[in-house]
Design a binder for this molecule. Structure first.
Ligand SMILES: NC(=O)c1ccc[n+]([C@@H]2O[C@H](COP(=O)([O-])OP(=O)(O)OC[C@H]3O[C@@H](n4cnc5c(N)ncnc54)[C@H](O)[C@@H]3O)[C@@H](O)[C@H]2O)c1
Length: 313
């Protein structure tokens, strides 16, 4: 299959390279030197062998990775015949700008270029790219092989066909691409850090310890999140119920946790979620039973899986 290049063979670049190689692509890796890239390939192959032995990667993953991962002497050599390049170097705009300039000079003029930045605006990174219509954010989560989501982040200048091509590439590698806007933290990190900020605030106020917070989160709403996102959870709970609870938080904690206007609008329009047939999503008559079955099966499996993993230590 077609050739992919990854510049920055650290934690994320290495994982992305494994995911593409196990999906059938030849992947060339570059880092700060040929030696670092070679060491990275050795590490990724050894990890593949171990993960396959543990049943976490497909059988024979080590051999597949040894065949399909290639170390390049530098970034220019890695990208010379690539149709898709992703950079996963340090999260510093100056370093990323330098690397993107090198990639643009050395890669084919029509190569698609992605950045794995966690939070730098894609439009700011695009300033270093020649042909910005071929450039976009392609933000993997860690560990790349296992976590389904990849945020695909076009700028206003990215070609729509490029977005589709990258989304297809990711789907073929078993990922779940979601196209999102180029806003601070995109979706995943903005939400993750908003929660983290409130957690640390509770600790600072003495309201809870880190251990108490982690225990409650993983055993409460965190237990639901593998199956439902926050909006579907609110539709299931009832938007009127949500509004009433949030009103108390607003009274006691202020503007930061005020009832959102979008929630008030839904309730005032009579859209209360599952029980009224519409909330943030439309719900057909069979949805309640279907969601209940999905929820119960999911929760039972998750509880059993956790019990097994805890028993194994
Ligand atoms: N670690 C995570 O959980 C995570 C998750 C999503 C996105 N990201 C993003 O992925 C990117 C990489 O993060 P990481 O955790 O893999 O970091 P890392 O430190 O493990 O890897 C970065 C690699 O880039 C290499 N590098 C640095 N400058 C270079 C250059 N000029 N040319 C070639 N290689 C160079 C380094 O030697 C290193 O191997 C960052 O933008 C980070 O924000 C990280």
């Amino acid at each position: 299959m077609s050739r992919i290049a990854v510049v920055g063979a650290g934690y994320m670049g290495g994982g992305i390279a494994q995911a593409f190689a196990l999906a059938g692509h030849d992947v060339t890796l570059a880092d700060s030197s040929a030696e670092v890239a070679e060491k990275a390939v050795e590490r990724l192959v050894a990890e593949g062998e171990k993960y396959a032995a543990d049943g976490l990667f497909p059988d024979g993953a080590g051999a597949v990775l040894a065949q399909r991962l290639h170390a390049a002497p530098d970034a220019a050599a890695a990208v010379a015949d690539a149709w898709y390049v992703t950079e996963a170097v340090f999260e510093r705009i100056d370093v990323k700008h330098d690397v993107l300039r090198t990639i643009c000079e050395a890669a084919p003029a029509d190569a698609v270029i992605g950045t794995n930045t966690s939070a730098i605006p894609i439009a700011e990174l695009a300033e270093a790219v020649t042909g910005p219509e071929r450039f976009l954010g392609v933000h993997w989560m860690n560990p790349s092989y296992f976590v389904p989501c990849v945020e695909v982040i076009p700028t206003t200048r990215t070609d729509a066909a490029v977005v589709e091509r990258v989304a297809d590439l990711l789907r073929e590698a078993g990922k779940q691409p979601t196209v999102v806007a180029d806003t601070p933290g995109f979706v995943a990190n903005r939400l993750q850090f908003a929660l983290y900020k409130e957690c640390t605030r509770m600790v600072e106020e003495g309201a809870a310890t880190p251990a108490q917070i982690d225990e409650v989160v993983r055993n409460s709403f965190g237990f639901r999140l593998p199956f439902f996102g926050p909006f579907l959870i609110s539709d299931i709970a009832g938007l009127d119920v949500y509004r009433a609870s949030m009103a108390t938080l607003e009274r006691d904690l202020g503007e930061r946790l005020a009832v959102p206007q979008a929630l008030t609008d839904q309730v005032e329009a009579g859209r209360l979620g599952l029980k009224s047939g519409e909330g943030f999503f439309p719900h057909g008559p069979e949805d309640a039973e279907r969601l209940r079955r999905y929820r119960d099966a999911g929760y039972a499996w998750l509880a059993a899986l956790r019990a097994q993993l805890d028993a194994e230590g």
